[in-house]
Design a protein around this ligand. Structure first.
Ligand code: FNR
Length: 341
């Protein structure tokens, strides 16, 4: 059942990429153009810091898959692309490995193909600290992602329906492992209340994982005999909305969810993200053209991110947060509702 589910997720998420929405809330963010702001390209640095660790690049391949033969092959391609471009990478949820050790290779391939890269393991919020240490050991992981996915579980035909233990469990994991823990959503967003609560549990890095890209309410609805939950298609906060909502809370924030191109990356960095994760868009590239296509895409993106920062006059990620941005449309309405300046 688990491996079929993993294969379903890949196919359904890729389908969403082939029919992209005309609009997402990154379109409500624009830079004020200052014609004399530009600097020398050689002055721009992409270096960033996550959990006190220096990342050479502010872009990463976010959690997706593993647990079946097909998804193991995808993980190999993703890992090769990470190795060749130097971007950090996360595995998909490793619950499949915790249930069935014979799936180990489909995850460990990400470390074997990328021995010196920054690799993040991924678990759900019901995993015990002992299990968390097992997945970390398998991958020699540099950080541990814990995903929060209550809406996905609700719509998933075979999903969990009990979420009451998550907070206590996250706290135990944070204190039970010796690498940084990153808590992330899977496309419905983290609110400022959630981020503050996680902060109290000792979590220092959070990936807002907002709405706008891969939509797991729609993915799981497709896996039902009837689309019983199609009213949840628009649930959650977009990635730029989350970034604005959590500003000033003093945590390291990562952005993912609905990132389509280098301009979205630069906008997310300007709104305060320390780095930006991409799943669906990179998955579609790997399915169409394998690791070589993803290496080309990431190389082009990094080049264009540098070019945009040059034109904006941002020598580093920190300076980018001081660029003038305008917020319009639904995103502006969200800011007014939430009292965000
Ligand atoms: C995901 N995502 C995900 N997240 C997670 O924490 N654990 C997981 O196992 C998975 N599985 C998964 C499978 C597939 C096929 C996709 C496309 C995505 C969610 C992912 O990390 C990310 O939060 C969302 O996909 C939103 O980002 P994009 O896809 O809009 O860039």
């Amino acid at each position: 059942m688990t491996s079929n589910r993993k294969d379903d997720h890949v196919q359904l998420a890729a389908q969403q990429q082939r029919q992209p929405a005309a609009y997402n809330q990154f379109d409500d963010v624009s830079f004020v153009h200052h014609a004399l702001a530009g600097i020398e390209r050689s002055e721009v640095s992409l270096v960033t810091h996550v959990a006190g660790i220096e990342w050479p690049l502010p872009l990463y391949i976010n959690a997706m898959t593993g647990g079946s033969v097909n998804t193991g092959a995808i993980n190999r391609d993703l890992a090769i692309a990470a190795r060749q471009t130097g971007v950090p990478i996360a595995t998909g949820s490793m619950s499949a490995y915790l249930k069935d050790e014979s799936t180990a290779d489909t995850f460990s391939v990400m470390r074997n193909e990328n021995p010196d890269g920054f690799v993040m393991a991924n678990i759900n919020a019901t995993t015990s600290p002992v299990q968390a240490r097992r997945v970390i050991d398998l991958l020699r992981a540099d950080a541990l992602q814990i995903h929060l996915n209550a809406i996905q579980e609700t719509v998933m035909p075979e999903g969990d329906r009990s979420f009451g233990s998550w907070s206590k469990n996250i706290e135990e994991i944070v204190h039970g492992v010796d690498i940084p823990v990153i808590v992330k959503e899977v496309g419905f967003g983290l609110s400022s209340d959630t981020v503050s609560a996680l902060q109290k549990m000792g979590v220092r890095v959070m990936d807002v994982g907002g709405r706008g890209g891969t939509n797991f309410a729609r993915v799981e609805n497709h896996r039902r005999s009837q689309a019983d939950y199609d009213f949840l298609d628009t649930w959650g906060q977009s990635t730029p909305a989350c970034l604005l909502d959590v500003q000033g809370l003093g945590v390291t924030v990562l952005a993912s969810g609905g990132v389509r191109h280098p301009l979205d990356v630069v906008k997310a960095l300007a709104l305060g993200a320390a780095a930006v994760g991409v799943s669906g868009r990179f998955l579609a590239t790997v399915l169409d053209g394998g690791a070589p296509a993803l290496i080309t895409q990431i190389t082009v993106w990094l080049d264009q991110i540098t070019a945009l920062m040059t034109a904006l006059g941002a020598r580093d990620i920190e300076t980018l947060t001081r660029c003038d941005v305008m917020i319009q449309g639904d995103l502006r309405a969200f800011c007014v509702d939430r009292g965000v300046d």
